[in-house]
Design a protein around this ligand. Sequence first.
Ligand code: NAD
Length: 390
Amino acid sequence: MIVGVPTETYPGERRVAIIPAVIPALTKAGLDVLVETGAGVAAGFLDTAYIEKGARIATDRQQVFTDADVILQVRCLGANPVAGRADLDLLRPGQTVIGFSEPLGEPDAARELAARGVSAFSMELIPRISRAQSMDALSSMATISGYKAVLLAASTLPRMFPMMMTAAGTVAPARVFVVGAGVAGLQAIASARRMGAKVEAYDVRPAVKEQVESLGATFVDLPLDTEASEDKGGYARAMDEEFYEKQRAALARVVAPMDVVICTAAIPGRKAPLLVTADAVRGMQPGSVIVDLAAETGGNCAFTRAGETSVEHGVTIIGPVNLPASVPFHASQMLSKNIVTFLLNMVTKEGVLEIDTEDEVVAGSLVTRDGDIVHPRVREVMGLPVLTPA
Ligand code: NAD
């Protein structure tokens, strides 16, 4: 079976789905790896490194799509809606595609992939169960975003993060507030602490208090009823408008004295909740910085614009997009591990792909198969009827 790794075509995407170091794991499983020339260059991996580890290099993209049985991409069509269209005609029935594809935000892409007869797996949909932890690409990319958000804040803030006692006087540590203590938020807390900032954090799920404190940060308790805030999967539930209204008012008081606010609050499959209002920003000190990791899903701050940095009332608001691509070496290393583990879970001893929908990891991430959209949540978003088992 041939596994193909094309060059990413989404603007600014510097990651690659497979790095040379994981190729021996694929070849050991009986797979042949074909990489488009230059696919890893933007992440720091040259063609020669792939060859050394046992891959072949294809000189053109078409060859990768023509020869490969399985295509491994960072961004498949849904996550690469414009440039990704060029690949549609290169796909053929029976082929398998694995990568990020924003299946709930861009479900029409699933319709097009289904029409080509390919089996498409979405990395976003891999169930976040213990067995699939090493396949959890959302967590690995969120880890990178949390780290990078702190660096963006630190390099924009007109202050230093650590406390310093020097002959020229004492420098007070920066005060950093992290909203949302999920995977990205916890990494932001850890990174800001390592840089010497005084860190406080808040999450609507009270269960994270201990995790926040174990990283040396202070958990901010807001006087809100959060009993129903966590679903059985460990995610935040969407709350009603009255709750958010109270939360915004409480948060305005918390963010006022902060030098840095890092927003990471998200509800899976929904627009991000608005938590830092225009008035709250007006209440902050000039020079302070907000980094809004929720920018791509609408932002937690009223002033956030995805992909832009603006200054409002002296406060800089950064709305980064695709932050993992700005750390392409390690982002590719982590993503490769996730993708390879996921793929090898489906490869038999004979080196053949077997799509076993009895496996919850496989069924949970399979979006299209045999010309149809088979994922229940994607079908629901598209208004398609529930599929009845054959
Ligand atoms: P996410 O990106 O969906 O959300 C980020 C954070 O925002 C969450 O902690 C959420 O509680 C918080 N949030 C949502 N609304 C908020 C509000 N109004 N105010 C403040 N905070 C708000 O979540 P994520 O980081 O991808 O994961 C969240 C949790 O899922 C983890 O902490 C963990 O419990 C669980 N998880 C489990 C596994 C696993 O078992 N393999 C892997 C990853 C995550």
